[in-house]
Design a protein around this ligand. Structure first.
Ligand SMILES: Nc1nc2c(ncn2[C@@H]2O[C@H](COP(=O)(O)OP(=O)(O)OP(=O)(O)O)[C@@H](O)[C@H]2O)c(=O)[nH]1
Length: 199
């Protein structure tokens, strides 16, 4: 399975640090203004996953046709803020709205989004509590993690694994009509066939 992932958030929250941590297991400190697509292969539940990660430098809270293209390209989103930067947390809510209004999800309301509070190691400078992050995720039906790209590889790995699991579920739900909508769809397919049969 291929999964396109966009990493978004305000400036300097650690988007590149998270991406580079996943790819190399390292934290190198300074990353410059890079914007690239990286590919990374891993296995989950016996399935090979190719993750295409787009690390976005541009501020996507300002709507442009390019940002719309990026949103359409993505199967899932990692929205990063810094626990020491309240403005970066506020931008995450705006990004969720932009994504949910832009992305055309046909049958499902569940957009695979993970909210990440980064720089957990700087807890003495914290201005956004864990509860606020968790509450936002709960309201928007997203996953939530607090991590330190600087200090910990495993929590970063969990972020990407969590997102891939959600992407898998969404892709499966899109393939197989399920629930009430799916039943209505299958019934109308049967009736449509009957109607054409009778002519
Ligand atoms: N203490 C601490 N610093 C971090 C952490 N993650 C990133 N940084 C630092 O925060 C700064 C910004 O990190 P980047 O990864 O470049 O952030 P970015 O969001 O990609 O930044 P832009 O590309 O400029 O938008 C760098 O100085 C990093 O070393 C972290 O978990 N803890």
């Amino acid at each position: 399975m291929d999964a396109n992932v966009v990493v978004m958030g305000s400036e300097s929250v650690g988007k590149s640090a998270l991406t580079v941590r996943l790819l190399t297991r390292r934290f190198i400190g300074e990353y410059g203004d890079i914007e690239s697509i990286y590919s990374h292969n891993f296995e989950t539940d016996g399935r090979d996953i190719t993750l295409n990660i787009w690390d976005i430098y541009e501020d996507l809270s300002v709507e442009t046709s390019l940002s719309e293209k990026k949103i359409q390209w993505a199967d899932g989103f990692i929205l990063v803020y810094s626990i020491c930067d309240r403005a970066s947390f506020n931008i995450v809510s705006k990004l969720i709205q932009t994504i949910k209004s832009t992305k055309d999800y046909l049958n499902t309301d569940k957009v695979p989004i993970v909210i990440v509070g980064n720089k957990r190691d700087l807890h003495h400078r914290r201005t956004v509590s864990s509860e606020e992050g968790r509450l936002l995720a709960l309201k928007a039906d997203c996953l939530f993690y607090e991590v330190s790209a600087a200090e910990n590889y495993h929590s970063v790995l969990m972020v990407f694994h969590g997102l891939v699991d959600r992407i898998k579920d969404t892709k499966l739900a899109l393939k197989r009509p399920s629930g009430f909508k799916g039943i209505v769809k299958s019934m109308s397919a049967v009736f449509a066939r009957r109607r054409t049969d009778s002519f």
